[in-house]
Ligand binder design. Structure first.
Ligand code: ZN
Ligand code: ZN
Length: 116
């Protein structure tokens, strides 16, 4: 099995939050990991549609990016569980999540992400 991918770091990389060694690590990983490359492209495509996606979350809500990853089933187990719990009581995030699920569907049907 491949080892765990640095999903969150990839987003931080996109957001320009990494530098030095961390940034290099991600760049190297992106070169050899198809999954993360797709993941990065997905996040990039989303950030074009929704520029606010790279903004920091408000209060204790998960960030838009986290929600989009959740919709894309790209979260690690623990983060996913946190989001699961959060959307149970946070209507706002739940609605946002629905939007992401829709966007993801549209992106896929546009064929931006090739599927086997
Ligand atoms: Zn990876
Ligand atoms: Zn929330």
């Amino acid at each position: 099995m491949e080892k765990e991918c640095p999903r969150v770091e990839v987003l931080m990389y996109l957001d320009g939050e990494l530098d030095g060694e961390e940034k290099e690590d991600i760049e190297n990983h992106l070169k050899e990991c198809e999954t993360c490359k797709e993941h990065k492209e997905f996040a990039e495509a989303l950030s074009v549609i929704m520029p606010t996606i790279l903004e920091p979350p408000k209060e204790d809500c998960p960030s838009s990016l986290i929600l989009s990853l959740y919709a894309n089933e790209c979260l690690d187990k623990e983060t996913k569980r946190n989001v699961d719990a959060h959307i149970l009581y946070c209507d706002e995030c739940f609605k946002e999540l629905l939007v992401f699920e829709k966007i993801e569907e549209e992106l896929r049907s546009e064929g931006r992400f090739k599927e086997e």
